[in-house]
Design a protein around this ligand. Structure first.
Ligand code: GTP
Ligand code: MG
Ligand code: NA
Length: 476
């Protein structure tokens, strides 16, 4: 069919890059929000999805009303840049249509920039580079929210010279990663050469350019992929505890529609779990799925969207796997068999053909399987992703702290009971590392009585540090 009568879904765009490159700040600038300012330690520790409706994009780009935008919006996925969160970068990059790799112009490509580019290369995901923090060039004259070419024209010769050599540097570094690149407004081969868009997330220069490029270039290069289809394609992004609902799963609905009451099958280590959707929630437009707060309830949702699903029995869902919908009249057995296959692939990644030919340098596991052993600490967190990040971080320490058990949600008495088992086996591990969860008063009391130490902190790094400090003191 012709390109005009198709219904396109929103492209899913993943934001990747090194710590502090400005990923969250860029999104804040686009949303007029302040997520970054309230993050503990200024670092992102969760994967988040935000829907940017086309009206918002029109406003930010000052597009004329008659100018057509073929997509209904953009679904943007923010990821953390810190090393231990490679699980979330992997998940974001696995399900997106395109990516924005954010690079700090004053730093060039850094460790996690290169890791991120490796992930995209492996899946052949097209990306643009946001060359951020241009306002940090010495002597930069601020031109709030201006298109970048206009902003550059107002700069002194010195600034323009510095800008040019820094761009050249990044072009060289990208070349070393195997990509030809060019400033997007000088790029004549937009299908082959990576576009670079200079931006400032603080004063907004280049933001209109970035948004325009995404809504125009993306449908152009992947019209087919973005065509709305009824067949549900849906990936589990996170499993988390939400106060009023209990265990929920955050999913990205890539294609098709979800309805309240739909029968669904999720993948768990123990096998497929069949349940039904009790509530279908989204954050309000321009708000993030990870933000704690109020959600909009829906009867039905069409792709692409970041969705929070409330359903019984989903607490062991494996992040990164598919959620399968069994529509009335469809075969449940077939859905469960498909889920089983996916569980197999997730648990024994070597079984999958595709992975056999992966000669890539990136060392990110498909599904980071949580491994526990008999002697180790107990870890508790609000989401599966952070649980994995904490365990990952513990592993990379010179101390190499093993984990004996873990759980999602508030620390209850039962959790402390489990941790007390270490008092006899290995006392230093009689500890609970609790991240972003409440410690119930009875749990706290039992811990004090029994001698189990509970550590709490608002960043994964502080949490692990306070535990290791404790171990070091014990050893002295
Ligand atoms: P992680 O999520 O922790 O990986 O970091 P991030 O890439 O999301 O970076 P974040 O948005 O947290 O920004 C890091 C710091 O850089 C913050 O202090 C921001 O205010 C600052 N920053 C981000 N973008 C810009 C920019 O364009 N110009 C200037 N001057 N500062 C920026
Ligand atoms: Mg961030
Ligand atoms: Na940061």
């Amino acid at each position: 069919s012709s390109g005009t009568d198709r219904e396109l879904r929103a492209p899913i765009c993943c934001i990747l890059g090194h710590v502090d490159a400005g990923k969250t700040k860029l999104l804040d600038c686009i949303r007029h929000s302040n997520v970054q300012g309230v993050e503990a330690g200024g670092i992102t520790q969760q994967i988040g999805a935000t829907y940017l409706p086309v009206e918002n994009i029109r406003e930010r780009t000052s597009l004329k009303a008659e100018a057509t935008i073929k997509v209904p919006g953009l679904l943007v996925i923010d990821t953390p840049g810190h090393q231990s969160f490679s699980n979330m970068r992997l998940r974001g990059s696995s399900l997106c249509d395109v990516a924005v790799v954010v690079v700090d112009i004053t730093q060039g490509l850094e460790k996690q920039t290169i890791e991120s580019i490796g992930l995209l290369k492996r899946r052949d995901v097209k990306f643009v580079v946001a060359l951020n923090k241009v306002d940090r060039l010495y002597g930069w004259k601020t031109c709030p929210n201006a298109p970048i070419v206009k902003a550059l024209k107002s700069q002194s010769d010195d600034v323009q010279r510095e800008f040019k050599w820094r761009v050249a540097e990044v072009v060289t570094q990208l070349k070393e990663c195997g990509f030809n690149s060019a400033l997007y407004y000088e790029n004549k081969k937009i299908k082959e050469v990576v576009n670079i868009v200079p931006t400032s997330a603080v004063s907004g220069e280049g933001i209109p350019d970035l948004l325009l490029l995404l809504v125009r270039w993306v449908p152009e290069i992947m019209m087919e992929k973005l065509t709305y289809a009824d067949t549900v394609e849906c990936t589990v992004l996170e499993v988390n505890e939400v106060k009023e609902f209990g265990t929920t799963i955050d999913v990205v609905l890539i294609n098709g529609a979800l309805k309240k009451g739909d029968q669904i099958v999720v993948c768990t280590k123990q096998g497929p779990v069949t349940t039904s959707i009790r509530h279908l929630l989204t954050p309000y437009p321009l708000k993030e799925l990870r933000a704690k707060g109020s959600y909009e309830r829906h009867e039905e949702l069409k792709a692409a969207q970041g969705v929070k699903i409330v359903a019984r029995g989903v607490q062991h869902a494996l992040a990164g796997t598919s959620l399968i919908v069994v529509k009335p009249g469809h075969d449940l057995e077939q859905a469960e068999a498909a889920a089983m296959q996916e569980i197999d692939n997730a648990i024994n990644p070597s079984n999958e053909n595709e992975r056999g030919k992966n000669e890539d340098e990136t060392e990110v596991k498909e599904i980071s399987r949580i491994q526990t052993c008999k002697e180790g600490v107990y870890v508790q967190a609000s989401s599966l992703g952070t649980l994995e990040a904490i365990i990952e971080h513990l592993k990379t320490l010179s101390l190499d702290v093993p984990v004996s058990g873990c759980n999602l949600g508030p620390v209850h008495k039962q959790d402390v009971m489990k941790a007390t088992a270490m008092l006899k086996r290995k006392e230093e591990y009689a500890a609970i590392l609790a991240f972003d969860v409440k410690v119930m008063p009875e749990a706290f009391e039992l811990a004090v009585e029994s001698g189990v130490k509970i550590f709490v902190a608002d960043t994964v790094y502080k949490l692990v540090d306070s535990f290791t400090d404790h171990i070091k003191k014990l050893k002295k």
